[in-house]
Design a protein. Structure first.
Length: 645
């Protein structure tokens, strides 16, 4: 093996004849093209779960998956077409071996003792990797779960609700008081609130619902130690108004939740039943059971009863005595309360209807309504109370139905805790408290939790298919089911760093973290394939020199040529790690809108790239060597993946 070592560390210039140079380039390109092809297939396959995501998670991560796929396809085409041509043009004249590079020489001098130590203490090396993997499992299991990392929109949506029978004047007063308190917060830049619905058919908000957008100042202007959650907690403690239930969210995510699930909070417990009164009573029981659960905030039962209505029942006998028809009285009521259209004005290309109704003094209370005058032909004007019974009755402020069933909702937000464990504890507490559901009732969990369950189901269904496709691709790459299986089974060890990274940063498991692990998995598979290709190339050199039999090849030969093949992969692997870290690490210190979503994607990749490099440089050659020793002992020869095309 001295000749290999001497050639390995040779530092003199050498020149390759033209014919041999082109032959070397051709062989190298053929070898690399095989690895590039299977690496591209595997990376594209690993992103298949991202392509199959639906809903808002799909809309968010599909561009990432498509961009990665297109880049890999174009990169593969350029590697097998343009790169060989450029190499043939520029790789001329005298050459120096890799050992002539001082950085590469320094890395190899550090690497060779490390890999020799790992091969010597192989059981210890594998044991350390297994222990690290076993430690990472409970660490990941202890993390919370959520649908998506909360995106800081730079503003707060304050959504308090009050009693459904609140008057216009009272809700205006509450709105003014709340806006004044909100504007007094030092971190608040501006406040804009509204009560009731907007002038659009898509907004069905009742008058009892207030929406106030609170725009925050830049973080540099906040008081020291203040966070968004602390601002919300401080404002919530100052806005405790009797009869008003506070709700805190953000403008964009609130609209997304309402459009996608019909729930305006993070989580909603939909209660289905046969009558509104029984639904409301059962919803109150659920609310009482959910109180006190850590993480449950802004708990509120959407009112399905308690609305106030003016009920005008016409007395037909009195109508006949005054010689009035029902239409005559209805016309008076319509024009007095709702307003009747009397004309339309035209201003350029715009048209405006002109409505007329009684002044507010004649319709602002029940007695005023009773005194509304109804004109008769024979008796002159008579009060409305003479021909109708007028009273205030209770009814539903809004009737919600879903799947042809009446529906009520218990709403709450989740803060200071992850979504998954909060809902899980709430479900367990409800199951223990309620037990069997009353006849005619059933509940359904919705909101962000509904999206979380959908995305988890998609990932669990597609991941086995992805692993199968990757195994088949690795089999065709290695032409050995054993090497493909060993590489696939051992790859989770390369992902240990991602698990440690998200645990140390205290990041909840989400779709974003899953996408980060998917990208890391594809990168680890790619670099592992290239490493095995280099190792197989070293085995081919051994066979070409000594033949392929147990009598000519010794364990010492296998060990030295394995180290030699792994050393050839050292520089490209270090370059891959360095480029990945230079691109990803700055994101960890990024701030501003969007950084909340990017960090959970980057964290597993940063940690995983480091442990993947350690694993592929130290453990993959060890497993490869053990496999070749097993083949040599059992079959009397070693199997080598073919490189012909």
């Amino acid at each position: 093996m001295k000749d290999i070592k001497n050639k390995w560390w040779k530092r003199n210039y050498y020149k390759i004849p033209e014919g041999e140079r082109l032959s070397i380039i051709e062989r190298a390109c053929k070898q690399v093209s095989r690895g590039v092809f299977f690496s591209t297939v595997i990376i594209i396959t690993s992103f298949l779960p991202v392509f199959l995501l639906t809903g808002q998670e799909g809309k968010l991560f599909h561009p990432l998956a498509y961009t990665k796929t297109f880049i890999m396809v174009v990169d593969a085409i350029l590697v097998v077409t343009l790169a060989p041509v450029l190499i043939s043009f520029f790789m001329r004249g005298r050459f120096r071996p890799e050992s002539a590079n001082p950085v590469n020489r320094f890395l190899e001098r550090m690497y060779e003792p490390m890999i020799r130590t790992c091969i010597k203490w192989r059981k210890t090396t594998i044991g350390v990797m297994i222990i690290a993997l076993l430690i990472s499992i409970p660490m990941v299991m202890s993390l919370g779960t959520e649908f998506m990392p909360p995106l800081d929109e730079g503003s707060i949506l304050f959504m308090p609700v009050t009693l459904p029978d609140v008057s216009n004047s009272e809700v205006k007063r509450i709105l003014q008081v709340q806006d004044k308190i909100l504007a007094s917060q030092p971190e608040v830049a501006s406040v804009l609130g509204k009560a009731g619905r907007a002038n659009t058919a898509t907004d069905n908000s009742p008058i009892s619902m207030i929406e106030t957008i609170v725009v925050l100042k830049p973080r540099s202007e906040w008081r020291k130690g203040m966070t968004k959650d602390s601002i919300i907690n401080e404002l919530n403690s100052r806005l405790q108004i009797p009869g008003v239930t506070n709700g805190w969210t953000q403008p964009i995510i609130n609209r997304i939740n309402m459009l996608s699930t019909g729930i305006r909070t993070d989580v909603g417990v939909k209660v289905y039943g046969q009558s509104l009164d029984s639904i409301y009573a059962f919803a109150q029981v659920i609310k009482k059971d959910l109180e006190g659960i850590p993480g449950v905030k802004d708990l509120y039962v959407e009112p399905v009863t308690g609305g106030k209505y003016i009920d005008i029942q016409l007395n037909r006998e009195e109508l006949a005595r005054y010689n009035l028809s029902i239409d005559d009285v209805n016309a008076v009521i319509e024009s007095a309360l709702g307003g009747a259209q009397i004309t339309t004005t035209v201003e350029g290309r715009q048209r405006f209807s002109v409505n007329a109704r009684f002044a507010q003094d004649y319709r602002n209370n029940l007695e005023a309504l009773k005194n509304l005058q109804v004109q008769t032909m024979s008796f002159g004007p008579v009060p409305l109370s003479a021909v109708a019974d007028i009273k205030i009755t209770e009814g539903p402020p809004m009737i919600n139905s879903e799947n042809a069933l009446l529906r009520g909702t218990v709403l709450f937000n989740v803060r200071e805790r992850d979504l998954g464990s909060t809902v899980q504890e709430a479900q367990e507490k409800l199951n223990n408290a309620i037990g069997k559901m009353p006849k005619g009732f059933f509940i359904d969990w919705s909101g962000q939790y509904e999206n979380l369950i959908r995305s988890e189901r998609t990932l669990k269904l597609i991941m086995p298919v992805v692993l199968l496709v990757i195994f088949i691709s690795m089999y065709f790459a290695f032409h050995s089911a054993r090497e493909a299986l060993l590489s696939l089974i051992s790859l989770p060890f390369a992902l240990i760093g991602g698990a440690y990274m998200i645990w140390f940063w205290d990041v909840n498991l989400s779709v974003a973290v899953a996408v980060g692990f998917i990208a890391l998995f594809g990168l680890a598979v790619e670099t592992n394939i290239v490493m095995v290709i280099y190792l197989n190339d070293a085995m081919q050199q051994l066979i070409a020199k000594k033949g392929n039999s147990k009598e000519t090849i010794t364990k010492e030969d296998l060990r030295e040529y394995t180290i030699h093949g792994a050393a050839k992969r050292l520089r490209p692997k270090i370059m891959t790690v360095s480029v990945s870290l230079f691109a990803l690490v700055p994101i960890l210190w990024s701030t501003g809108v969007g950084s909340d979503v990017m960090k959970p994607i980057v964290l597993p990749m940063v940690g995983g790239v480091l442990t993947s490099a350690i694993y592929i440089l130290l453990v993959t050659p060890l497993i490869f060597l053990m496999n070749k020793e097993y083949e040599l002992k059992k079959f009397g020869k070693i199997e080598i993946a073919e490189t012909k095309h």
